[in-house]
Design a protein around this ligand. Structure first.
Ligand code: ADP
Ligand code: MG
Length: 267
């Protein structure tokens, strides 16, 4: 059975997509079979995995509509070592079309259940809203990974998200866990960021991942090359942090972590 995680935060530009593609690539480098599901109509995770969103024969839209299976619609991300269930603008229409369909917030869950044996990890990149698309992600997932910047209002934003997760757990998916909070775009020279980081740890304890993702220009450049930073420039500080994060994630969910540099060849 696969571990299904949503990367979610209702704010835009906080590093969700960067986290999803780099965690996918990092897990693939550790020999894990990974599927990335792009639930954002912007298709950034699709493009950032080197898959052209304008040329998808089938996408997550067709899967949500019940017109294709995950196995039919997933494509290999060249050079990345994982598979992608891609998204494009067509997905924006799904928001409205889903309303009149049965089990409208459980359709991704149902589709992924058919593919559970094919992957060790399924990572869902959510849009920056609590839409029916995000609800499909949260219903399908075992856990949520929350990337966040250590800024002044960070704690408030996270409290809102945790409230949402509590509601989803009560009403839609009792199994949903918060896997952890990931500090991203971190600049250790900024006193405020250090203070917020300490507050986070004091407040959320070991729900805060030990790995910290630094602000790193190579991570920001990688999408324009259609690659996750981990693949584009594995030596960059940000890429190494994401590989460490992938290993921390595996340990956290009880998957055996290979010795450093001894990873199996990915799919
Ligand atoms: P979201 O998916 O939450 O909207 P993105 O992952 O697209 O956020 O990130 C927003 C912007 O910040 C992008 O331009 C991305 O390249 C940049 N970015 C994300 N993480 C980092 C980082 N660690 N260092 C530098 N730039 C980053
Ligand atoms: Mg995004």
């Amino acid at each position: 059975m696969s571990h299904i995680f949503c990367v979610a935060n209702q704010k835009g530009g906080v590093g969700k997509t960067t986290t999803t593609v780099n965690l996918a690539a990092g897990l693939a480098r550790q020999g894990q079979r990974v599927l990335l599901v792009d639930l954002d109509p912007q298709g950034n995770a699709t493009m950032g995995s080197g898959v052209d969103k304008r040329e998808l024969p089938l996408s997550v839209y067709d899967v949500l509509m019940g017109e294709a299976s995950v196995a039919e619609a997933a494509v290999v991300a060249p050079a990345c070592g994982y598979q992608v269930l891609g998204a494009n603008r067509e997905l924006a229409g799904a928001e409205i079309e889903l309303v009149s369909l049965p089990q409208r917030d459980r359709r991704l869950k149902a589709a992924l259940a058919q593919a559970a044996a094919d992957y060790d990890f399924v990572l869902v990149d959510c849009p920056p809203s609590l839409s029916i698309l995000t609800l499909n992600g949260l219903c399908a997932a075992h856990g949520v990974v929350v990337p966040m910047q250590c800024e002044y209002f960070a704690l408030e934003g996270v409290t809102d998200l945790l409230h949402t997760i509590t509601q989803v757990r009560a009403n839609l998916n009792p199994d949903l866990q918060i896997i952890g909070l990931l500090r991203v775009m971190f600049d250790p020279r900024t006193t405020l960021q250090q203070q917020v980081s300490e507050q986070l740890q004091a407040h959320f304890g070991d729900k805060v991942f030990q790995t910290v993702i630094p602000r790193n220009v190579r991570l920001a450049e990688a999408p324009s090359h259609g690659l996750p930073g981990v693949v584009f420039d594995p030596a960059a500080k940000g890429s190494q942090a994401f590989v460490d994060f992938a290993r921390e994630m595996m340990a956290r969910v009880g998957v055996v972590v290979p010795a450093k540099g001894k990873a199996r060849k990915p799919m």
